[in-house]
Design a protein around this ligand. Structure first.
Ligand SMILES: Cc1cc2nc3c(=O)[nH]c(=O)nc-3n(C[C@H](O)[C@H](O)[C@H](O)COP(=O)(O)OP(=O)(O)OC[C@H]3O[C@@H](n4cnc5c(N)ncnc54)[C@H](O)[C@@H]3O)c2cc1C
Ligand code: FES
Length: 395
């Protein structure tokens, strides 16, 4: 550094300081640099969208469809037919979330005077259901929700999937296929869709009237009924014979429904030698009865454990039932944690397991290999087998 002499250097520094002060005073507290990439990302994937229920209607004796529009100031993000939305719910003391496939066409959320999307919720069994039963019984026009969408990879991708798609649906698993069928009807999805919809009884068929009203020769809808001997159409389960009958030479299979159906259909597709790249699966939630999941320790008696939850410097000890995922234990104790899919797939509920034995259901193990190795779990698809200690983020 060049030295000009003490006085010159001090005066020079003063000049720089006053110029700097002037610059700071003339500045604006607003950030003038726009991050356009971030803006686009936020529009495509907002952290949350506030929505209002504008219509409720029954679409079967046990299922209700809710139509949502964005609340003032919010905008519905674009999504693909087959993706899902996660709703934040407060039910009594419990703060929870539930994922629902969007059952309307993406086209309807991006056009028209009142863009909307729909969710169709099936009333669960009174003894086992919780959030869906609550929604079914309580939601009315004008109610507002915080929704997170879109999520999931259960959508048609022309570069990967065959032009002919056979959808194998069970129960409320029909909802993503109705969205696809509508999008085809609007002419904005280029594929041929045959929906094979397995139900025990004709009373269980959801969205039947709406599916039959679709005007497109690219959409075919077939009910397969297992519990009515005198049913005039296809009878039995979604067996290999029925699947074969409705398949073309090159077909991609989309499977959506409860776990037992998922296992059965997977076996039938394997028996037909369908390559794995032609099978797309969406599981509707973690197993209801974990004790019957593959690999669950034999003769393990149901038990309550101590779950130590670390958040920053806070430590809480709560109760965890061996029959419920760790996520439910947190929710029952009023401890907030992130969740979206609740089936082990999305990774939002990634949690550090510091101590303890747990069971992870194989079909809900969507963890990265490194996470498996270094003791991370997805709380929504992990059940305690001993006292445990976990660390979760502070929310
Ligand atoms: C991607 C995806 C899409 C889906 N799409 C649809 C759809 O379109 N339509 C549809 O109907 N379903 C859909 N589902 C399933 C849906 O998310 C629900 O899991 C299902 O409807 C059953 O909900 P439930 O709340 O009745 O039961 P569960 O979600 O199984 O909840 C019951 C569990 O809640 C817990 N619980 C009970 N009481 C409490 C309490 N007080 N506090 C905290 N926890 C408690 C218990 O562990 C109980 O076993 C989808 C699931 C996924 C993963
Ligand atoms: S909520 Fe998606 S993995 Fe747990």
């Amino acid at each position: 550094m060049k030295v000009y002499g003490f006085l010159k250097d001090v005066l020079g520094a003063n000049r720089v300081t006053s110029a700097r002060r002037k610059l700071i005073e003339s500045g604006s507290p607003e950030n003038i640099y726009k991050d356009h990439i971030k803006e686009v990302a936020n529009e495509l994937h907002p952290k949350a969208t506030h929505v209002v229920v504008v219509k409720t209607e029954d679409v079967s004796p046990t299922a209700r469809r809710f139509t949502f529009e964005a609340c003032e100031g919010d905008k519905l993000p674009p999504f693909q037919a087959g993706q899902y939305c996660s709703l934040d719910l407060q039910i009594g003391e419990t703060i929870t979330t539930r994922p629902y496939s969007i059952s309307s066409a993406p086209f309807e959320a991006r056009t028209g005077e009142h863009p909307f999307f729909q969710l169709t919720v099936r009333n669960g069994k009174p003894d086992t259901g919780f959030a869906s039963n609550w929604l079914y019984a309580n939601v009315k026009e004008g109610d507002t929700f915080t929704a997170h969408l879109p999520f999931g990879e259960f959508y048609y991708e022309p570069l990967r999937d065959a032009k002919n798609v056979v959808a194998l649906a069970g129960g409320s698993g029909i909802t993503p296929f109705y969205s696809m069928a509508k999008e085809i009807e609007y002419g904005t999805l280029d594929m041929n869709l045959t929906i094979l919809y397995g139900s025990v009884s004709t009373k269980d068929i959801i969205l039947e009237k709406q599916l039959k009203a679709i005007k497109s020769d690219r959409v075919k809808f077939v009910n397969v009924i297992s519990g009515e001997e005198d049913y005039a159409g296809e009878k039995g389960f979604l067996s290999r014979d029925i699947i074969k009958k409705y398949s073309k030479e090159d077909t991609t299979y989309f499977v959506c429904g409860p776990l037992p159906m998922y296992h059965f259909v997977r076996g039938e597709l394997d028996a037909l030698n369908v390559p794995a790249r032609r099978i797309r699966m969406e599981v509707f939630g973690a197993p209801r009865d974990v004790t019957s999941a593959e690999g669950y320790p034999k003769d393990f008696e149901p038990k309550k454990f101590r779950l130590t939850v670390l958040r920053g410097i806070q430590e809480d000890v709560i109760e965890a039932d061996s029959r419920e995922p760790i996520m439910v234990a947190l929710e029952r104790a009023g401890i907030k944690n992130n969740s979206r899919c609740r089936s082990g797939a999305c990774g939002f509920c990634r949690t550090e397991l510091k101590e303890g034995d747990v069971f992870v259901a194989p079909e809900g193990d969507g963890r990265r290999r490194a996470d498996r190795q270094f003791g991370y779990i997805h709380a929504c698809s992990t059940w305690p087998l001993s006292d445990c200690t976990i660390r979760i983020p502070i929310l």
